[in-house]
Every structure is written in structure tokens, then in C-alpha cells.
Design a binder for this molecule. Structure first.
Ligand code: ZN
Length: 346
């Protein structure tokens, strides 16, 4: 359904936005997400995931994503390890669901834009699905990140300019025809893949957490958790949703209304102009959470502290840990607090 004009579109349509320019949400039957199907991946929640056709396309796309560890760190504080995902981040959850729809919809080529983990995830799932992928990355993207995309056989196209320029180039390629836009920012099914993280937390803790601390760039993790927790609440599993604490690096914190202040080591969340900024900020507030910014000098010690506990992550993930353990621990509610660690060391 179009968020702007309310027009209904079939799920199998390759369109990524409405003719009026509005972005899509998904409508679906309301069911209990924890009434799971057989299997050992996030597809055990497939009764509440968007699928088309006979619903079997995921079997040729899945890399076993989901079912990641939840590790107790100290009383009341847990880490949800998303970095053991197939390509090292929670983006695999969204990419798997998105690519299953692309396959079911007959996509012959996919196009994405990303400078990091999302591009890597799309490249991997496109390879798994046997579909060629072009990933547009902004100039200045670290060479090892470009190589991580190309490693899956995808074509990485370096675009002069910033992240928005890369998105513009991807849209140009989609407009030229023949390609399916695998956008983790615009495709609502991506967030529906990410919502499975909420279901897992619920099952692993046997109760809803009181708060979840997440790194936020484009905010797909915020939106996915919110969607998942609300679906659980809607079916009577709980009266309220956990507070979602969105963490940004002080040097790039548009959610906190701060001006950009140079490059940050937390490059995975350095998105100066996220297209869904207002929506993400509203979600954080509606959940009872807040935006927390982390000073640059706190990233390296937080990363080292995690490594000292056996958890090796990229600086972006360390930002979430820094926020929960050092910056504002007093702001967190008592009871189970979960810090999401997404993004492996390299
Ligand atoms: Zn519309």
C-alpha cells in the first residue's frame, strides 16, 4: 500500500515506489509470529513474512540467516550477535527476504546502492539466487569493502560523489529498464526480514526485553525491531514494546540533529541524510527510547573491550556497546537490555 495515496499494489510487482512517488508499506494477515513453521533459519517465521507465488522461492535463496546467538554479558545485559550472519551483519535478514521476492517476481538482474554491509549482503544473496547484481558505491568507499562486494561476483560501480550520488546512479540504472531495485532503504520487505530479530529476542529471553540498543544509520534496524515488537504486541504477546535506543557516532548524528563533523570510524552508520530520517526518529520516540551519540574516542576502547570478551566486531558495532556500557547506562531501564552487535571485524 502506498503511504501517500493509499493505492494498493500486488506484492509481485517490481515497482519499488508508487506512481505518485510515495513509498510502500506492506499489508498482510495478522498472525502470531511465534507460531513458527519447521526449519532452522528466519524462514521459520515465514507465516508472517511477505512471500508470493507458492511461497517456496526462499528455499533457493536462503543461506541459513537468522538464529543468531544471544550472550549474557552481565546481569540484565545481553549481546545479540548478528555478526555471525552469513555475510556478517543483520542486513542478511532483509536481503534474504528481499531477494526471495525478486526471484519469485522473475527478476533477471538486481541493482543496489550501498557503501557497506547492505551491498555485501545483496551481492551474496544475488549470487545464491543466480542473479547478476550491480552495486553502486560512492567514491571513497574503503577498498576492502568494494572487494567484499566483488568477491560474490557482483559488479561494484564506483560513483563520484557521496552516498546520495550512488543512490541516484542506481536509480538511473533501474529507470533504464531490465533491473530490479534491491534497495534496503526503500523496499518495505527488507524491514520485514529484519523484524525477525525481534521474534528471536523474544524467544531467546522468554519475555520481551525492556530496551534494545542498536546502531542506526538509515534506521532499518530500528524500523525492523519496531515492526516485529508491534506484531508481537498485536497478537497479545505483550502489552508494550521495548524502548529502542538508536546509537549514532557524534560525528554523524542526523537523528540527534547534529551537524556532520568529519569522518568517523563507525562508517556503517555514517549516513548524513537518511531518506527515512523523520520516520526513524518518530519510531524511536514512540517506543519510549532515545537517540544516544557516542564520541569518536569511545569507539576504539569499546571495540577492544568487546574483543576482550571474545566478541570481535567492526567499530560501528562497538558504538552500540559504548552507548550501553559507558555513555548512558543510567538511561537504560532495569531488566533485560539487549545490545545488537552487527558487523564483523572486516
Ligand atoms: Zn501513491
Amino acid at each position: 500500500v502506498c503511504r501517500r495515496c493509499g493505492r494498493l499494489w500486488p506484492l509481485a510487482d517490481p515497482a519499488w515506489r508508487c506512481r505518485c512517488g510515495g513509498l510502500f508499506d506492506l499489508l498482510g494477515p495478522s498472525r502470531d509470529p511465534l507460531d513458527t513453521s519447521p526449519g532452522w533459519s528466519l524462514w521459520r517465521y515465514r507465516a508472517v513474512l511477505p512471500v508470493v507465488g507458492d511461497g517456496s522461492a526462499w528455499q533457493n535463496v536462503s543461506l541459513g540467516e537468522g538464529l543468531t546467538p544471544l550472550v549474557p554479558v552481565r546481569p540484565g545485559l545481553w549481546c545479540k550477535l548478528e555478526y555471525p550472519s552469513p555475510t556478517g551483519s543483520f542486513k542478511d535478514r532483509g536481503a534474504a527476504v528481499m531477494m526471495a521476492l525478486a526471484v519469485a517476481g522473475g527478476a533477471r538482474r538486481v541493482v543496489a546502492d550501498s557503501s557497506g554491509n547492505a551491498g555485501r549482503a545483496v551481492a551474496a544473496y544475488a549470487a545464491r539466487a543466480g542473479i547478476p547484481a550491480d552495486v553502486f558505491v560512492p567514491a571513497g568507499t574503503a577498498p576492502h569493502r568494494v572487494a567484499a562486494i566483488e568477491a560474490f561476483g557482483a559488479r561494484a560501480v564506483v560513483v563520484e560523489g557521496d552516498r546520495s550520488a550512488a543512490a541516484g546512479a542506481a536509480l538511473g540504472a533501474v529507470a533504464a529498464g531490465g533491473a530490479w531495485y534491491a534497495s534496503h532503504v526503500y523496499r518495505p520487505e527488507f524491514v520485514h526480514g529484519v523484524k525477525t530479530l525481534a521474534f528471536e529476542l523474544w524467544e531467546q529471553l522468554d519475555e520481551p526485553p525492556r530496551a534494545v540498543v542498536v546502531p542506526a544509520g538509515n534506521g532499518t534496524l530500528v524500523q525492523g525491531l519496531w515492526l516485529g515488537f508491534r506484531e508481537l504486541a498485536a497478537c497479545g504477546r505483550a502489552r508494550s514494546v521495548p524502548a529502542i535506543v538508536a546509537v549514532q557516532a557524534e560525528r554523524c548524528a542526523p537523528l540527534a540533529g547534529m551537524p556532520p563533523a568529519g569522518p568517523t570510524a563507525a562508517s556503517g552508520i555514517a549516513i548524513p541524510h537518511p531518506p527515512r530520517l523523520g520516520e526513524v526518529r518518530a519510531t524511536v520516540l514512540a517506543s519510549g527510547g532515545q537517540v544516544v551519540t557516542v564520541p569518536e574516542e569511545a569507539l576504539a576502547p569499546a571495540r577492544a573491550e568487546l574483543a576482550g570478551m571474545g566478541m570481535a566486531v567492526e567499530p560501528t558495532a562497538a558504538a552500540a556497546w559504548a552507548a550501553a556500557s559507558h555513555v548512558q547506562p543510567a538511561a537504560l531501564p532495569p531488566g533485560p537490555v539487549v545490545v545488537v552487535l552487527s558487523g564483523g571485524p572486516g
